[in-house]
Design a protein around this ligand. Structure first.
Ligand code: PBG
Length: 340
């Protein structure tokens, strides 16, 4: 009889059916690091930023601790820091002083986003400046397209959306990202940009955007809550995944350069399916409530924030995203610095 410790083992018991020793490859830190399949780096992250017309200084957004409304001067100062930290780019959201039915401050030559683009590109020519292209912050109805008789009309909205994208591109944006979910907007934007010799400006389409409660804190931040109804006649039903493939296929056909899935966390399956079906670069948007939930729990001391954020961001890359829009970008970059 074999004796192991105190336990007596019958030799017959040692004849286990064959099995795999997965633990062999987890035995040490260097080995785990060598075999890691996905890794998030600062270079994968884009920070969403809010720039507010007429604001001097900055104001923290109550439902998103650590995220601010910036006046233009403060935005520039903040972006200096981001560039120091190695963050490759930002996506700008504007909060205008005036809203009107035609959303005219969305495409005004001296609009707040247009001014911000010019200033940031002057300060940092290499910084990737992306813009959210949408009308909801710019009209009193708070809808992403034009409203007529209580309906959000598609084709008339396309002209204003294309005009907005053009004004961003003309101010120097590298990438325009339409988030309005009107049909045909990628085609309309591409045509308008090309007609103005802006063929090198790329389109990151919010191709798959769900009607989600996870945008709640953002709408407070952007003052863009719909005044009536909701966004379900243009944003997608969270229950649908095949529809996401149809939306993405249209945007690819219309000339999108990159695709995006939004929100990120509850839609990892969709990101994976888009990744498998299309070869375009793919992003995912880790939206406002996904950020706020982590922050709230972290502030209570209930979770290990750094570990949770690392795990969440890793899950997006594992699902197939090439890059991530996330409010955690700056802290993540700071944490990486501390580790180095
Ligand atoms: C504008 C827009 C929204 C978000 C990005 N662009 C809000 C919405 O569609 O209701 C949400 C971003 C976030 O929640 O962080 N259409």
């Amino acid at each position: 009889k074999l004796i192991r410790g105190e336990i007596q083992v019958n030799p017959l018991d040692n004849h286990f059916p064959p099995f795999q020793r997965h633990r062999r490859l987890r035995a040490s830190g260097p080995l785990r690091s060598l075999l890691r399949e996905t890794e998030v780096s600062v270079g994968d992250l884009i920070l969403p930023m809010f720039v507010q017309e007429g604001l001097s200084g900055k104001e923290e957004i109550a439902s998103m601790p650590g995220v601010y409304h910036f006046g233009l001067d403060n935005l520039r100062r903040e972006v200096d820091e981001l560039v120091q930290l190695g963050i490759p780019g930002i996506i700008l959201f504007g909060i205008p002083l005036e809203k009107d039915d035609e959303s005219s401050s969305a495409y005004a030559e001296k609009g707040i986003v247009q001014e911000a683009i010019r200033a940031l590109k002057r300060d940092h020519p290499e910084l990737l400046v992306m813009t959210d292209v949408c009308l909801c912050q710019y009209n009193p109805a708070g809808h992403c397209g034009i409203v007529r008789n209580g309906q959000i009309v598609n084709d008339d909205s396309l002209h204003l959306i294309a005009e907005t994208a053009l004004s961003h591109a003309a101010a120097g944006a590298d990438i325009v990202a339409p988030s309005d979910m009107m049909d045909g907007r990628v085609a309309a934007i591409r045509q308008r940009l090309d007609a103005h010799h802006l063929e090198n400006v790329s389109i990151l389409s919010y191709a798959v955007k769900y009607a989600s409660a996870f945008y709640g804190p953002f709408r407070e931040a952007a003052h863009s809550t719909p005044a009536f109804g909701d966004r379900r006649t243009y944003q997608m039903d969270p229950a649908n995944a095949r529809e996401a493939l149809r939306e993405a296929a249209s945007d690819v056909a219309e000339g999108a350069d990159m695709l995006m899935v939004k929100p990120a966390l509850s839609y990892l399956d969709v990101t994976q399916r888009i990744r498998e079906r299309f070869d375009l670069p793919l992003a995912t948007y880790n939206v406002s409530a996904e950020y706020s939930m982590v922050k709230a729990a972290a502030m209570q001391g209930w979770i290990d924030e750094r570990a949770i954020v690392g795990e969440i961001l890793t899950s997006f890359k594992r699902a197939g995203a090439d890059f991530i829009l996330t409010y955690h970008a700056k802290e993540f970059a700071q944490w990486q610095r501390e580790v180095e």
